[in-house]
Each structure stands twice: as C-alpha cells, then as structure tokens.
Design a binder for this molecule. Structure first.
Ligand SMILES: CC(C)(COP(=O)(O)OP(=O)(O)OC[C@H]1O[C@@H](n2cnc3c(N)ncnc32)[C@H](O)[C@@H]1OP(=O)(O)O)[C@@H](O)C(=O)NCCC(=O)NCCS
Length: 188
C-alpha cells in the first residue's frame, strides 16, 4: 500500500522509489550540496550560502520553474530520502537528454540504490516520453559511478575534457531497454 499522494511517484525500481520533490527535501539537499566530497564527485562547487537563502531559491525553483518536472527525490525501501536524480539539457529535435544522480547518504552507497534508481527512471522516460537517447558524464576516476551506470544499461560512448577534468560520456538508447518498470508518467 503506497503512502504517496496520487501523482507523487515518477518511477518504482526494485529497491527505490523516484518521486516528486517536497518542500521538506530542502534541508537534505542543502546538506548534500554543501558537502565538499560530494561536490568533488561531480566537479561542482559546494554551496556556501546560508540555509535560509538556499531554501528561498530552492522553493522558488520548485514552484515557478520547470525544476520540479525534471529533478526528483530518490527514496529507499523504508521511505528515507537518500538522494536525487534528474534529467536536463533536453533536446527535442535530437530526442535526447542528459541524466544526473547523486546519492547523498554515504551509508547508502554501493548497495545497488544508484543502479536501481537510474534504471527505473530510464525505463520510465523511455516508456512515457519520445526520448530516444539518454546520456551522462562521469569523472574518469569515479569507478563506482561508472560501474553503477553500466549495470543500469549505459555504455561508454566517448570522453570530454572540461575545466581541467576528464569525463567519460555514457549513453543508453531506447532500443536497448525493455520497459519493465511501471509508475506515474514523467512530465513531458
Ligand atoms: C555514483 C552513485 C550514484 C552510484 O550509486 P550506488 O548505489 O553507490 O552504486 P551501486 O551499488 O548501484 O553500484 C556500485 C558499483 O561500484 C562498485 N563500487 C563500490 N564502491 C566502489 C569503489 N570505491 N570503487 C570502485 N567500485 C566501487 C560496487 O561494487 C558496484 O559494482 P558491482 O555491483 O559490479 O560490484 C552513488 O555512489 C553516488 O551518488 N555517489 C556520490 C556522488 C556521485 O558519484 N555521483 C555521480 C556523479 S556522475
């Protein structure tokens, strides 16, 4: 029996649920986005603004931009918010988009949650949108991410160099994936 509101769930995996974000998620996200080690994994800069400022912008984005339709929370089997997953840079002509994920809770790393959430969202996107290809970039030394994305169906398709970092590009194509996962529809 689900405790989620009617259209809250975007995709269900075997051990994760990908759901729409809630205002209460802001505190977790602030903690994760301020974390120096987590920022290093995606070559970003950790957030340095006070929580109140972060929360104000975060709430604005969720209410008034299309962030809410593209960026989702990941929960484990117990309903705990363990990270976020998103798709962005959608190119309607090429029918492709970029995918990103961060499991913020360290105690949840390397237990299959990342693979499960990525596979669930990928299947759902291919089932409910016209996207033909999803791709992502991961730092060349991030072996855990690389292995996880491979298990979720992605294959290497090149590399890029940006701001002093080498990223491996990985992709998954619609025809490679059979849609086993069912849940709510993903915003177009
Ligand atoms: C990358 C991430 C999404 C992967 O999710 P996850 O749930 O931790 O990974 P999974 O358990 O699904 O798979 C991890 C794989 O890497 C292996 N692994 C775990 N720790 C590892 C390490 N330190 N070095 C190398 N491989 C490792 C696991 O054994 C597993 O592979 P296997 O099943 O073939 O043995 C998650 O760890 C995360 O968000 N990390 C922090 C931020 C980050 O790296 N984001 C990605 C930016 S592109």
């Amino acid at each position: 029996m689900s405790s989620f509101p009617h259209d809250d769930v975007i995709a269900r995996g075997r051990k994760t649920v990908v759901r729409r974000k809630r205002m209460a998620d802001a505190a977790d996200e602030y903690a994760w986005r301020s974390d120096v080690e987590l920022a290093r994994f995606d070559a970003s800069t950790p957030v340095r603004v006070p929580f109140e400022d972060y929360q104000r912008n975060w709430c604005f984005d969720i209410r008034f931009t299309d962030t809410a339709g593209r960026s989702f929370a990941v929960e484990d089997e117990t309903g705990q918010h363990i990270g976020n997953i998103m798709y962005y840079n959608r190119n309607a002509a090429r029918r492709e988009a970029e995918l990103g994920i961060s499991i913020g809770r360290r105690d949840c790393w390397a237990q299959g949650y990342g693979t499960d959430a990525v596979a669930a969202l990928v299947a759902q996107l291919f089932r409910t949108t016209d996207l033909q290809r999803l791709y992502l970039h991961t730092l060349d030394w991030n072996t855990r991410a690389h292995r996880s994305f491979r298990k979720a169906g992605f294959a290497d398709c090149g590399s890029t160099w940006r701001h002093g970092h080498t990223f491996i590009t990985m992709e998954v194509r619609r025809q490679w994936v059979t849609s086993e996962v069912s849940a709510g529809s993903v915003p177009a």
